[in-house]
Write a protein that binds this ligand. Structure first.
Ligand code: 13P
Length: 249
C-alpha cells in the first residue's frame, strides 16, 4: 500500500509571517493517516522546520543544484536543504523547466544528488497546452520520465508529480479520464523500467489547480496517491480541506 501524500509548494510566496499557517496546519492534523509536506521558499526553510518539529508536517525544498558544493553563486545544494530540515525536494517543476531552461538531464542530475543526500525527489512532469492539442501528451510525459528519473530510484526516494502546465494556477483541470490516462501511463512506465515491486511503490501526485472543492473527485482517480498543491497550500484552511479529502478516500 502506498501512503498518501499531500504536498504544498509555496513557490515564491511567504515571509516569516506565513509560518503561523504551519502552526495552524499542524494543529488541525495532529495524527493524519497520510504524509503532509510543505515546501516553503528556501530562506524560510529552517524556521519552517523548527515550527513543525515534532508535528505531523514535514518540510522540503523547491529546487537545488546538482553539485554537492562549489562556486555556484546563488545556488543551494541538497545537503544544505537537508541541513535546514528538508526531507524532500521538488525537482523539474515546469516553472524551472520553462523559466530556467532546465532539461531532463539537469533534473536527473539534481535528482541523483537529492537521493544521494538521503532525501526524497519529487520529480515533476507535464505537457503544455500546445503539446496536448497535437495529442502527443503521453510521448512528452514518457520522454520526461525516462530522461529525468535516475536509475537509483525506489519507492522511498522518488515521488512523481504530474502537473499539466496549462492547469497550473489557471483554475483549469483536466478531465478525470485525462488524469487517469496519464497516471496509469506513468505507473506502467515505472513498472516497466524498475520492475513491478518498485514501480508500484512510487507515489504519483496530481498537481494543477487542486482545491478543496475538486480534490475528492481527483483523489478518486486510479493511481492518484495525492496532490502537489500551489495556491491552495498557502492557507492552512484550504490545504486542510484537501488533506481531509485525501484522508477520506
Ligand atoms: P496551483 O495549485 O496553484 O495550480 O499550482 C500547482 C503547482 O504548480 C504545484 O507545484
Amino acid at each position: 500500500m502506498r501512503r498518501k501524500l499531500a504536498a504544498g509548494n509555496w513557490k515564491m510566496n511567504g515571509t516569516g509571517a506565513a509560518l503561523s499557517e504551519l502552526d495552524l496546519l499542524a494543529a488541525k492534523h495532529p495524527s493524519p493517516s497520510l504524509d503532509i509536506l510543505i515546501c516553503p521558499p528556501a530562506p524560510l526553510l529552517h524556521r519552517a522546520a523548527s515550527a513543525v518539529e515534532n508535528t505531523s508536517v514535514s518540510v522540503g525544498g523547491q529546487d537545488c543544484h546538482a553539485d554537492a558544493s562549489g562556486a555556484h553563486t546563488g545556488d543551494i545544494s541538497a545537503e544544505m536543504l537537508k541541513d535546514a530540515g528538508a526531507s524532500a525536494v521538488i525537482l523539474g517543476h515546469s516553472e524551472r523547466r520553462v523559466d530556467h531552461g532546465e532539461r531532463n538531464e539537469d533534473v536527473r542530475a539534481k535528482a541523483r544528488t537529492v537521493m544521494d543526500a538521503g532525501l526524497q525527489a519529487i520529480i515533476c512532469v507535464g505537457e503544455s497546452l500546445e503539446q496536448r492539442d497535437v495529442a502527443n501528451t503521453l510521448d512528452i510525459i514518457g520522454g520526461q520520465l525516462s530522461g529525468s528519473i535516475p536509475d537509483q530510484s525506489t519507492g522511498e526516494n522518488l515521488v512523481v508529480a504530474y502537473e499539466p502546465i496549462w492547469a497550473i494556477g489557471t483554475g483549469k483541470v483536466p478531465t478525470l479520464e485525462e488524469i487517469g490516462e496519464v497516471h496509469d501511463f506513468i505507473r506502467a512506465r515505472l513498472e516497466r523500467r524498475f520492475g513491478e515491486g518498485v514501480g508500484r511503490s512510487v507515489r504519483l501526485l496530481y498537481g494543477g489547480s487542486v482545491k478543496p472543492g475538486n480534490a475528492t473527485e481527483i483523489f478518486g482517480v486510479s493511481n492518484v496517491d495525492g496532490a502537489l498543491v500551489g495556491g491552495a497550500s498557502l492557507k492552512a484552511e484550504d490545504f486542510s480541506g484537501i488533506i481531509q479529502a485525501l484522508e477520506s478516500i
